[in-house]
Write a protein that binds this ligand. Structure first.
Ligand code: ATP
Ligand code: MG
Length: 394
């Protein structure tokens, strides 16, 4: 995807801040200075002061090719000015106060059209990302905490990581990452499934300041989701080509959507607490996976969360005996830091990078990164990444 360059000439401070925010959270755009270098897009506000000068400026910039395309913004109501605005023929016109949804949609459409014109120019190789499906043995065991912080710990220079919330009702990721009114969620993908390509998706995902790309769950009940399994299959197959890792917060759902993810996931992580109800559920979950045709139990790893060596009544060893499976990683109990992280809307990497809990999660992330290196070292002899995965214990 090529990056589109934008010149912003907006006087209205609120509108300027809003547009800057939309641009920064819509992948594929950068704001540049107006210094004579040709840019892809000029976004200009027409005011009712010195209108003539403003129209001259636009004419000059557009006719000299210093900006390829024009979006206009205006709060004026004078019909004469508005008629002149129409005559200039901007690609988009936004009335103030802005509707951020309209601006973002216009940017996405602009980008989609541009990239289809330049198809074949962007020769960046496609990625072969891994899909990591994080599910909980029960509610409240820390599934979202693990998914969010694992995703954050996987971020590294040159790596792109996506985080998808599959808790289709009441997903928590926007709270965990302090995302303000995410504009696009699952419903947007569902509605636009026919035009789902990497450009559209990049614009739809929320770009968190940490660098994570996030697809939140819908804020309300989805209209109709009959084609959910098809959508998720298409979406994940596409995301695999765009990201090094796609982390899915799968909650406790075992419905049709979850089954489709299960078929595509390179790795399933079951987050559990070391107590009997959770451990019994692990057996049920693994049996269900096998009944659903999930190819191999080797791809399933158990992560014990909130492990407190001093007060534990079920030890890791006991848990392994009960579940007849190794606990791949343990995460220590740390109420303070996990709670602070949620309250501040930040990740553990941001608020407590040196904490034991963050070290454990980073350790787990490092194992996934090593596995990817193995994949590349061993070449692409086998189809499907799990052919070369060996589970690295934490
Ligand atoms: N390692 C930990 N130590 C202490 N508290 C933790 C730990 N992990 C998570 N918690 C706390 O447990 C609570 C639930 O965490 P989280 O929302 O991640 O769980 P969940 O399984 O996603 O829950 P839900 O079923 O509601 O989606 C939060 O208050 C969080 O701070
Ligand atoms: Mg959760």
């Amino acid at each position: 995807m090529t990056t589109q360059t934008v010149i912003l000439k907006i006087n209205d401070r609120t509108a300027l801040a809003e547009i800057e925010k939309i641009i920064s959270t819509t992948g594929g755009y950068t704001v540049e200075a107006e210094n004579g270098v040709p840019r892809d897009l000029l976004i200009f506000e027409i005011t009712d002061k010195d209108t003539e000068k403003q129209f001259d400026f636009i004419k000059r910039v557009m006719s000299s090719g210093k900006a390829g395309h024009l979006f206009l913004v205006s709060g004026v109501t004078d019909p004469d000015i508005l008629i002149r605005v129409l005559k200039i023929g901007p690609r988009e016109f936004f009335q103030l106060p802005l509707n951020p949804d309209d601006v973002r949609k216009a940017l996405l459409t602009f980008q989609t059209n541009r990239s289809s014109h330049s198809a074949g120019v962007d020769t960046k190789p496609l990625k072969e990302g891994t899909i990591i499906h994080v599910v909980g043995s029960k509610g409240g065991v820390g599934t979202t905490t693990v998914a969010v912080n694992l995703a954050r710990s996987l971020l590294a220079p040159g790596k792109t990581i996506a985080l998808v919330d599959m808790n289709l009702l009441f997903g928590d990721i926007p709270i965990f990452l302090n995302m303000e009114s995410p504009l696009f969620d699952w419903a947007e993908i569902a509605r636009n499934i026919l035009r789902l390509d990497s450009t559209f998706l990049m614009g739809t995902l929320y770009k968190h300041p940490s660098g994570l790309y996030v697809l939140p769950s819908p804020a309300g009940v989805l209209e109709s989701f009959d084609s959910g399994p098809d959508i998720i299959t298409k979406l994940l197959n596409l995301m695999r080509t765009m990201f090094d890792h796609v982390i899915i917060d799968g909650g406790q759902d075992l419905g049709e959507m979850s089954r489709s993810i299960m078929k595509l996931a390179d790795r399933v992580i079951i987050v559990t607490l070391l107590n009997l109800p959770c451990l019994i559920n692990i057996k049920r979950l693994r049996d269900t996976f096998l009944t659903l045709g999930y190819p191999s139990d080797d791809r399933v790893s158990i992560v014990a969360n909130r492990v407190n060596k001093r007060s534990a009544n079920i030890s890791v060893e006991d848990a392994e005996r009960t579940t007849k499976k190794k606990i791949a990683w343990t995460i220590p109990n740390d109420f303070q830091n996990t709670m602070n992280a949620i309250n501040m809307g930040k990740t553990l990497q941001e608020i407590a990078p040196g904490s034991e809990i963050n070290r454990h999660i980073s350790h787990m992330a490092a194992a996934f990164q090593r596995q990817r290196v193995n994949v590349h070292e061993e070449g692409k002899k086998k189809k499907g990444l799990f052919g070369v995965f060996s589970i690295t214990q934490g």
